[in-house]
Design a protein around this ligand. Structure first.
Ligand SMILES: *[C@@H]1O[C@H](CO)[C@@H](O)[C@H](O)[C@H]1NC(C)=O
Ligand SMILES: *[C@@H]1O[C@H](CO)[C@@H](O)[C@H](O)[C@H]1NC(C)=O
Ligand SMILES: *[C@@H]1O[C@H](CO)[C@@H](O)[C@H](O)[C@H]1NC(C)=O
Length: 216
């Protein structure tokens, strides 16, 4: 099961890479391993002068992450910031672990489409279109679901056992904006009156929600 799961995840990943036009810029050379410490600012990262196989390898996703948090889920991201060989290649990969009842709360990736492959467990997943239509489904081990670039989406484990997915992205650094945290946990804060009018609630309700997302 494990080997075939991984093979299917790889297939899904390659299908994503091959069948969409990359949202990251095309590459101009074979490799450009990110020099994460460079003081030069470019779109992406400058290339390191020397590289070897270690730069193109990651074991970040081997172990399940710790899901003991308020949402009951954890995203472990192998993006260019932790996997420098991805620089200029237009792809990245994560694993997401979910406790029973845990969820990856509504969020968007401004720079990537995401495709998830279920390793184990069962998840209720969905995205919302710009016409405010919820597109949702329950997915099981070996099944795949895709979240179009930029659209708000979520996954929830309504089962009573842990769940996990592999998520592939057509960007080396998809970026994540988690809606609740973005609006209620920004620094400096979004003004209370902006949120009160937006959500049609009182200032006190806004402050209550803000207290849950106070920057650490
Ligand atoms: C970047 O600098 C940090 C210390 O600031 C060092 O630990 C790390 O190894 C450096 N990384 C690279 C790729 O040179
Ligand atoms: C790759 O280079 C790094 C130093 O940049 C070194 O620590 C590592 O052992 C090398 N790996 C291989 C497989 O040669
Ligand atoms: C998981 O995280 C919680 C909360 O931070 C911590 O108490 C617990 O020790 C962690 N568990 C493991 C196995 O690291």
């Amino acid at each position: 099961m494990r080997a075939s799961s991984l093979a299917a995840a790889l297939f899904a990943f390659l299908a994503l890479v091959g069948s969409t036009s990359a949202s990251d810029p095309d590459l101009l050379q074979d490799v450009c391993v990110a020099d994460l410490n460079s003081t030069v600012k470019v779109n992406g990262f400058p290339c390191k002068a020397q590289f070897n196989a270690t730069d193109f390898f990651s074991n970040l996703l081997v172990k399940p992450g710790n899901t003991s948090n308020a949402q009951g889920s954890i995203v472990t991201a192998a993006n260019v910031l932790r996997f420098p060989g991805l620089n200029t290649l237009g792809v990245s990969i994560s694993r997401i672990d979910y406790a029973p009842g845990g969820q990856n709360p509504p969020h968007t990736h401004p720079r990537a489409t995401e495709i998830v492959f279920v390793l184990y467990g069962e998840l209720d997943v969905g995205f919302i279109t710009t016409a405010n239509v919820l597109v949702a489904k329950t997915i099981k081990p070996g099944e795949v679901f895709v979240f179009p670039r930029g659209l708000v989406h979520f996954q929830r484990n309504n089962g009573n056992v842990p769940a996990a997915v592999v998520a592939a992205f057509n960007s080396q650094l998809p970026g994540t904006q988690t809606i609740a945290n973005t609006l209620f946990g920004a620094t400096p804060p979004v003004p209370d009156n902006v949120l009160a009018t937006a959500f049609q609630v009182g200032i006190q309700e806004v402050q209550f929600v803000k207290s849950k997302f106070a920057p650490k």
